[in-house]
Design a protein around this ligand. Structure first.
Ligand SMILES: O=C[C@H](O)COP(=O)(O)O
Length: 320
């Protein structure tokens, strides 16, 4: 099953020359990222609109060792109704369908999520391939993908073998992801690069390129379990790779920052990054997701603030 309308990236032969010579200017990347959260172009009156849009792009996540069927059911209920009814009403959104972009769970929780979301069109994403370290034998990682797909997952968040990147073994990385792509069948593949473990932005750029060439529908920063997870400089590097790949091939690939993204302010900063670097197409769930377990709570708190403070229903046009 495909969960959105964008053309699947069928992958293309590994071509290392596509990322050779693309130097990333680290200091420029860092400078730009550092100002991202405070750009004056974000007007107070439109912040609620940005936050509502962020909700539509959240992969609402639970990836804990003590996950249960009941926790997954609560997560799914929240995904189907992410804003309290009084907030939705106050924003003039009673007639607007508002859900998160997806839920994201471990493979053994997929069945519970599929059941809980029956009757909705909210996709279920499953991590797989020995998440988070990805160090189980490859045949088992492939079987895990097939298991999650058979349970009903629409999207598979795979992890890569970091060693392939650290040793610049790009062919091995390509082959691994291409096999995973095949195992996904009709499900979308999101390639988690675990950027906090890749040591350099040059590695991040090259791994992004290889993942896209091997057929990833999305590239994703982190598992949320590394010491360093989603950061704006790393995201900018990956987004530049997306842009270069799109210019070379015509494919639009999605981006998913994940791990440690907790605040409404960050939700706005990442959307500005995508709008400025990629354009408005990347402000929708087909091409952008936040992987986040706790950001929705802060977004709700901030929307409550706008509703009870200075936000008025007259701004509805900016939200819907
Ligand atoms: O893929 C999603 C991440 O694991 C979520 O990380 P988080 O719990 O830090 O929001």
């Amino acid at each position: 099953m495909t969960t959105n309308g964008f053309p699947r990236n069928a992958g293309c032969p590994l071509d290392p020359s596509m990322f050779e010579g693309h130097a990333v200017n680290l200091s420029a990347a860092e400078r730009r990222a550092a100002t991202m959260g405070t750009r004056r172009s974000v007007k107070k009156a439109h912040q609620a609109a940005w936050l509502v849009n962020a909700i539509k792009m959240i992969d609402l996540t639970t990836l804990a060792g003590d996950d249960t069927k009941e926790r997954v059911q609560r997560l799914c209920a929240k995904a189907a109704q992410p804003l309290a009814p009084h907030l939705k009403s106050a924003l003039g959104l009673d007639d607007v369908r508002l859900t998160t972009g997806a839920v994201c769970v471990y493979p053994t929780m997929v069945g519970h999520a599929v059941q809980a979301l029956e009757g909705t069109d909210i996709p279920v994403a499953s991590v797989a391939t020995g998440f988070p370290a990805g160090l189980t034998p490859l045949p088992l990682r492939i079987e895990e993908i097939k298991y999650a797909v058979a349970e009903g997952a629409h999207e598979i968040d795979i992890v890569i073998t970091r060693e392939h990147v650290l040793k610049e073994n790009w062919s091995a990385l390509y082959d691994e992801i291409a096999m995973m792509r095949e195992a996904c069948g009709g499900a979308h593949l999101k390639a988690i690069l675990a950027t906090g473990e890749l040591r350099t932005l040059r590695n991040v750029y090259a791994a992004s390129m290889v993942a896209m060439q091997a057929g990833a529908d999305f590239i994703k920063t982190s598992t949320g379990k590394e010491g360093v997870n989603a950061t704006l400089p790393v995201s900018l590097t990956m987004v530049r790779a997306l842009r270069d790949y799109g210019a070379e091939t015509g494919f639009k690939i999605g981006f998913k920052p994940a791990g440690g993204i907790k605040s409404a302010k960050e939700a706005i900063a990442w959307q500005i990054l995508m709008k400025e670097e990629m354009g408005r197409d990347w402000l929708n769930p087909d091409l952008f997701r936040f992987g986040a377990s706790s950001m929705l709570g802060d977004i709700e708190r901030q929307i409550e603030h706008y509703v009870t403070g200075r936000y008025s229903a007259a701004n509805r046009h900016a939200i819907a």
